[in-house]
Write a protein of this length. Structure first.
Length: 93
């Protein structure tokens, strides 16, 4: 499984950077783990980008999981009803 660490800031002003980091992995045949333990700030746009990426890979039959989601990332995903699709459903600490 390939791994990619998510940046600490998934704010709207960093969405283009996130897209640039994710794009090379869109068609990787190996399962991809997006490590979210360093995420300290999230905007809706950042989560939408993650969701679109995971969904596009799934449409290609490729597995993607978000692992070690920080409380900030997990809470934001839950609030936007994206926790299940991103695999972020650990309870809030």
């Amino acid at each position: 499984m390939n791994a990619l660490s998510l940046p600490s800031d998934l704010g709207i002003e960093h969405v283009a950077d996130l897209q640039a980091a994710l794009r090379p992995h869109l068609e990787d045949a190996e399962p991809l783990s997006l490590t979210g333990d360093a995420v300290e700030r999230v905007h809706t746009a950042g989560l939408q980008m993650l969701h679109a990426f995971v969904r596009e890979r799934a449409a290609l039959g490729l597995a993607t999981v978000v692992t070690g989601a920080s409380p900030v990332l997990a809470d934001a995903a839950r609030q936007l009803a994206l926790a299940k699709s991103l695999g972020v459903d650990a309870p809030t600490a």
